[in-house]
Write a new protein. Structure first.
Length: 276
C-alpha cells in the first residue's frame, strides 16, 4: 500500500489548489485507490493535493488532539484552510462574537503548526452589509497565535456587499475576500488583502476533469497573475483594480457542484500551474 503515497511531497508553493474535505464516498471510486482504508484517506489526499479546506469545523470546533492528528498525517508544505464555526457568523450581531472567536482560535488550532492556513469566515446569505458591525467583527479577529501570524479570509453571500464601500472597508482591514465562482452567490474579485482565495463551484458531469480544459487554462493563468501581485480585471470588481503589488499566496478550492470530480479538477489545475 505504501506505493500509493509515492507522489512528491507538496512544496511550499505560492499557488495551492485543493478540495473541500477528504471523506466523500464517491471519491472511493475515482480518486482513492481500491482497498485504501478510510483512515488513510487524508494521508493519501494530502500527497496528491497541496491544500484542503475543512468544512467540518463549520459545524463545530474540534478537539485540540484532532487538529494535531490532522497535521501529523500530512506532509511538509501541505496546508489546511478551516471554515470557522457557523455559530459565530450566524448570530444576530457580528460585533458580539468576540468570545466565540477567541474560543475557536485558542481552542487547539495551534496544534496544527505550519499546516494551519487561512481561516475562512463565511457569512450567511441573510447577512446584509452593515459597515459598523462588520468593522467591529474584523477588528475582533486575532492576527497572531502563539507569536505566529494568522490569516483570515471573508466570504460574503448577500448582494448588499457588492459595493465600493465594502471593498474599501475590507482593504482598510487588510482582510481578503473570497472570490466565489458560483451561479448562486455574489462574485467579488476585488483584492482586499495580501493573499488571494477562490472557491470554484462550476464543475460539471460530462467533463473528465470537472471543468473544460480551456477553463482550467484560464484559471491557471489567473492564479499566476494573482501570485505575481497582479489583478484579474476581467472578473467582477466593485472598486478600482489595484496596480501590481507584491507577490501573494493563492488558494483555490473546487467546492460543491459535481463534487465527485473535484479532485480531478484540482489536480488538473495544479498540474497546469506547475507546468507553467
Amino acid at each position: 500500500m505504501d506505493d500509493l503515497f509515492s507522489s512528491a511531497t507538496p512544496r511550499a508553493e505560492r499557488i495551492r489548489v485543493g478540495i473541500g474535505g477528504w471523506n466523500y464516498a464517491p471519491w472511493r471510486k475515482n480518486f482513492y485507490p481500491d482497498g485504501l482504508a478510510q483512515r488513510r484517506e487524508l494521508e493519501y489526499a494530502s500527497r496528491h493535493l497541496r491544500a484542503i479546506e475543512i468544512n467540518g469545523t463549520y459545524y463545530g470546533a474540534q478537539k485540540a488532539a484532532t487538529y494535531g492528528r490532522w497535521a501529523a498525517e500530512t506532509p511538509d508544505g501541505f496546508v489546511f484552510s478551516l471554515k470557522a464555526p457557523r455559530y459565530i457568523t450566524e448570530g444576530k450581531r457580528l460585533a458580539a462574537t468576540g468570545k466565540g472567536i477567541d474560543s475557536f482560535v485558542h481552542g487547539g488550532l495551534a496544534e496544527m503548526g505550519d499546516r494551519l492556513g487561512p481561516i475562512l469566515w463565511q457569512l450567511p446569505p441573510s447577512r446584509v452589509f452593515d459597515a459598523d458591525d462588520l468593522t467591529a467583527f474584523l477588528e475582533l479577529l486575532p492576527r497572531s497565535l502563539n507569536g505566529k501570524p494568522l490569516r483570515h479570509v471573508l466570504e460574503v453571500r448577500n448582494r448588499s456587499f457588492l459595493s465600493a464601500e465594502y471593498v474599501a472597508l475590507a482593504r482598510g482591514q487588510r482582510i481578503p475576500t473570497v472570490y466565489t465562482d458560483s451561479p448562486e452567490y455574489p462574485n467579488i474579485a476585488d483584492l482586499t488583502g495580501d493573499f488571494a482565495y477562490a472557491r470554484l463551484m462550476r464543475s460539471a458531469d460530462g467533463e473528465p476533469a470537472g471543468y473544460p480544459g480551456d477553463a482550467l487554462d484560464t484559471w491557471a493563468e489567473r492564479a499566476q497573475r494573482w501570485a505575481r501581485g497582479e489583478d484579474c480585471e476581467e472578473l467582477p470588481h466593485f472598486a478600482a483594480s489595484l496596480a501590481k503589488g507584491e507577490p501573494r499566496d493563492v488558494f483555490i478550492y473546487f467546492i460543491s457542484a459535481a463534487k465527485h470530480l473535484n479532485p480531478a479538477a484540482a489536480m488538473s489545475l495544479q498540474g497546469r500551474v506547475d507546468r507553467r
